[in-house]
Design a protein around this ligand. Structure first.
Ligand code: UT7
Length: 313
């Protein structure tokens, strides 16, 4: 077996200053804190300033991850940004980030797999390390979901938030990423979408909910089987943070105690591709993640797309 691994060596995150609570939302649409909290587990979300873009948020998160890893711009040889809310149609958010960070020798590109984007990016990055094309990869999930929200539509505007999370994935001879798995099915394209001629998110929430629970439950089981490990061996599940009811239903399906789940949806809302790296950074900085911990990441999003990763911290 190869002793070359890719390993997460650092993380960083950024949340915009403005906090919008459920009570604040109840002032602008026909909703209530109780409805939002009971249906989603969300209490508040951060909202970017008008002149603050997904690139700006990615920049702030990336600086922190690079500083924690003690890496200089020249040490980064590849940048992948997962986003569905780019600052421009082109160039990519990754290229704009490269410029802000003054990283000269890297190549940079975006992936768009909606809420699964970060796991897709991790899957790709791992392969670039395994094939020795890159040694230090900056991976960022960044989203300005507020730019896609109709503040008159209570079905969607209460669910999402803005922010960015970054990690550095580096070549290592210690175990890191053990496996990744990604999938998609475009037959569900209309259940969660922003059409090209529309400004706003449209979602059939109920259908998304049911398919998300079913797909992520199955995916978690197949990830365990593929790696020949038992659920008891998992130290942490860091799932995409869309709805605490979805997360709890998955935990129940796979018999994982709730204490082993990293949960940030209460404070961040659904930040799409940023949600997993934001949750990862939160858990790292509050001391939950320890060296050697076995961690499962899991995401589900528009497409539908889905993905999981199993890793040693
Ligand atoms: O990131 C991955 C993508 N997104 C998701 O994973 C989201 C998946 N879906 C969900 O999280 C849930 O479906 C929601 C939280 C969006 C909705 O919860 P639900 O239990 O599925 O509610 P519902 O759509 O069945 O709506 C129930 C009622 C409706 O009223 P009627 O028709 O029963 O009279 C809605 O109009 O709740 C109403 N409603 C609201 N009421 C107060 C919808 N939004 C709101 C609101 N406040 N914000």
């Amino acid at each position: 077996m190869s002793d070359l691994y890719s390993k997460i060596i650092s993380c960083g995150s950024y949340l915009p200053e403005k906090v919008l609570t459920n009570h604040d939302l109840a002032e602008i649409v026909d909703t209530s804190h109780d409805w939002i909290y009971e249906r989603t587990g969300i209490v508040q979300r951060h909202i970017a300033a008008e002149n603050e873009s997904s690139v700006d948020m990615a920049y702030n998160a990336s600086l922190k991850a690079m500083s924690l890893a003690e890496l200089r711009p020249d040490d980064i040889d590849m940048i992948i940004v997962a986003t569905a809310t780019p600052e421009r149609k082109f160039p990519s958010t990754a290229v704009l980030l490269q410029n802000s960070l003054k990283i000269e020798k890297a190549f940079a590109f975006d992936v768009n797999a909606a809420c699964t984007g970060f796991v897709y990016a991790l899957d790709v990055a791992d392969k670039y390390i395994q094939t020795k094309i890159a040694k230090n990869i900056l991976i960022v999930g960044t989203e300005k979901m507020s730019s896609l929200l109709d503040w008159k539509d209570r079905n969607t505007c209460v669910l999402f938030g803005d922010g960015a999370g970054a990690i550095i994935l580096s070549e290592s001879n210690k175990q890191g990423i053990l496996s990744t798995s990604i999938g998609s099915n475009g037959a569900y394209k209309d259940l969660l979408t922003v059409n090209i001629d529309s400004e706003f998110i449209e979602m059939k929430g109920n259908d998304v909910f049911k398919i998300a629970v079913k797909t992520m439950g199955k995916l978690a089981m197949s990830t365990l089987q593929k790696n020949n490990i038992d659920i008891d061996e998992i130290d942490w599940l860091i799932p995409h943070q869309a709805n605490s009811r979805i997360i709890n239903a998955i935990a129940k399906k796979i018999s994982l105690p709730r204490e082993k789940i990293v949960l940030t949806v209460d404070r961040h809302g659904n930040t799409s591709a940023a949600s997993i790296p934001l949750a990862f950074d939160d858990a790292y900085h509050n001391g939950s993640l320890r060296e050697g911990d076995l961690i499962m990441l899991e995401a589900f999003g528009a497409g539908f797309t889905w993905g999981s990763a199993l890793l040693k911290f």
